[in-house]
Design a binder for this molecule. Structure first.
Ligand SMILES: Nc1ncnc2c1ncn2[C@@H]1O[C@H](COP(=O)(O)OP(=O)(O)O)[C@@H](O)[C@H]1O
Ligand SMILES: [Mg+2]
Length: 500
């Protein structure tokens, strides 16, 4: 039977305008272009931002292996590479679209110049205005740079081999009203983001790799504060073999704010701030795809990014053979863990989140005493069907001392404690924590030392004089009593004074 067919090629102008709406950010687009340079073996990549109002430009130049004329033509053509093809293990590409889709999302004119070693410089260009104006709306590329833009591809001449990508008519980057200040702020933001996306390559995963923005080297941003002594967790690397390759995971709990200088704290917050940057960091060939996200995992319902878990950051490494399993999208900005790793990841995340929450809530101080002995807490948390309730623990030495010492007035003291318990300013604390993005200070945190000494001395003396404890036993008891367990040297001093 004769198959009835209709030829139905897309109209170039309509197709490209649609592709422009994929929703890339400028930083993500640049990262996609940089990926190509990395895949081409480049060790030096230079971004140049040229401010010129609506005529502003960005160029990305690399010292990779470059392309000859045929390769460049294939690279510039949409839909020449099959996403299903197997890729070299270090290749950062996938869909054969990034160069075009990333560029078109930012600009209306894309010029790519390239040269291989001992080869001539070749240059091709997509000009969306020219396509829109052409009557047949066919896919016509232009040869060479636009008139007047020759200067901007010149830099490539000094390279033995390499590629230069030039974005012009950047209608999605510079719009009416954008001024030099906006442009500079954008460059600063891009620098932070690229320093994050490529931090492992900059830090040495690719020897000699350097990334520059306007001749300034981009500094890496390590989300895991590797080597910081204040970290509460840096787990060993866990591995899982899957049909699409090995997945590696390492769990981290970052130091509490109190253990960082103001500058360290700000920096560790990353481009989007602490709350946004919690969760999984998914890397594909050492290139960061996702910076902080719970990936739809959770117990019962999906976890959200919330303040108490902001210190939890988990590194996941996947190979590029796992793209289909992880549903990597064209923008390389989403990834979904496949079913067969979800339980494993949920378990690892759960214990990391737990630890992170404790460090956040207790401001990084230990919740057990010396030698792992339990601490005498002042407050008990009761989990009832009707909700959570907070009660003062009357066995806490400071509390029991008063109840015992006041003889016939015990009831008065107990009534007072009940009033305190019933009026804990829970909502206020909750609001303050949310607003200040930190738990309020407690347990003499930040109090002048004199206050701590005064209260500790009263209690210490009471243990000895009224309760008849030996100096040594009183010392041990204080080390197990909240909040004094945080001040072991102060307690040791009290013992020393009494012993003298
Ligand atoms: N800077 C570059 N150096 C060498 N080759 C490049 C460069 N940029 C792109 N290419 C070539 O163009 C092809 C298409 O790139 P792209 O559209 O980003 O898709 P993908 O990266 O998924 O293959 C790449 O596979 C590569 O062969
Ligand atoms: Mg690519």
């Amino acid at each position: 039977m004769l198959l009835k067919k209709r030829h139905a090629p897309p109209k170039a102008s309509a197709m490209i305008e649609a592709l422009r709406g994929l929703g890339y950010s400028t930083a993500a687009s640049l990262a996609d272009v940089i990926d190509n340079s990395i895949s081409a073996g480049a060790t030096e990549i230079r971004l140049q931002f040229y401010w010129d109002g609506l005529q502003s430009r960005i160029s990305i130049i690399d010292n990779g292996r470059g392309m000859n004329d045929a390769e460049l033509e294939a690279a510039m053509t949409l839909g020449t590479i099959n996403p299903l093809d197997e890729r070299h293990p270090t290749d950062l590409g996938r869909f054969g679209m990034g160069l075009k889709t990333a560029s078109f999302s930012q600009c209306r004119r894309l010029t790519v110049a390239s040269r291989v070693k001992n080869g001539d410089l070749v240059c091709l260009r997509w000009d969306l205005d020219a396509i829109a104006e052409s009557l047949d709306s066919d896919w016509y590329m232009l040869e060479g740079p636009a008139a007047g833009s020759e200067l901007f591809i010149e830099k490539l001449s000094s390279f033995e081999s390499g590629t230069l990508v030039l974005w012009e008519l950047m209608d999605r980057v510079v719009t009416l009203g954008t001024d030099l200040n906006h442009f500079s702020d954008m460059i600063d933001d891009i620098e932070l983001r690229l320093g994050m996306i490529f931090h492992r390559l900059i830090e040495g995963a690719r020897p000699g790799f350097r990334l520059f923005i306007n001749d300034k080297q981009v500094a890496p941003w390590d989300p895991f504060m590797t080597g910081n002594p204040g970290k509460a967790l840096e787990s060993p690397i866990e591995r899982k073999s899957t049909s699409s390759g090995v997945v590696e995971v390492q769990c981290h709990v970052l130091p509490h704010r109190d253990k960082l200088s103001e500058e360290e704290f700000l920096k560790a917050g990353g481009p989007e701030g602490w709350t946004s940057h919690q969760g999984f960091y998914v890397y594909r060939n050492k290139r960061l795809l996702l910076a902080g996200n719970w990936l739809g995992l959770g117990k019962g319902r999906a976890w959200h990014r919330e303040e108490p878990h902001r210190l939890a950051r988990i590194r996941i490494d996947i190979p590029n053979t796992a793209d289909a399993d992880w549903k990597i999208d064209i923008k390389k900005s989403t990834a979904r863990p496949p079913v067969f790793v979800r339980n494993w990841l949920t378990k690892l995340a759960e214990s990391t989140r737990d630890k992170a929450r404790k460090v956040f809530a207790f401001r990084g101080s230990p919740t057990t005493g010396i030698g792992g002995e339990p601490i005498e807490h002042t407050w008990r948390v009761e989990h009832l069907k009707s909700g959570v309730r907070y009660r003062i623990d009357v066995s806490h030495p400071a509390v029991s001392a008063v109840i015992e010492a006041c003889g016939g007035h015990k009831d008065l003291v107990k009534a007072m404690l009940r009033v305190v318990e019933e009026t804990v300013p829970v909502q206020r604390i909750w609001l303050d924590t949310a607003e200040n993005k930190d738990t309020p200070r407690t347990g003499f945190d930040g109090e002048p030392n004199d206050t701590v000494v005064e209260v500790a001395t009263v209690l210490f003396n009471d243990l000895i004089e009224r309760k008849g404890l030996s100096v040594e036993d009183a010392h041990q008891s204080m080390l197990r009593t909240e909040p004094f367990q945080k001040y072991p040297s102060l307690i040791a001093n009290l013992r020393k004074t009494l012993n003298e």
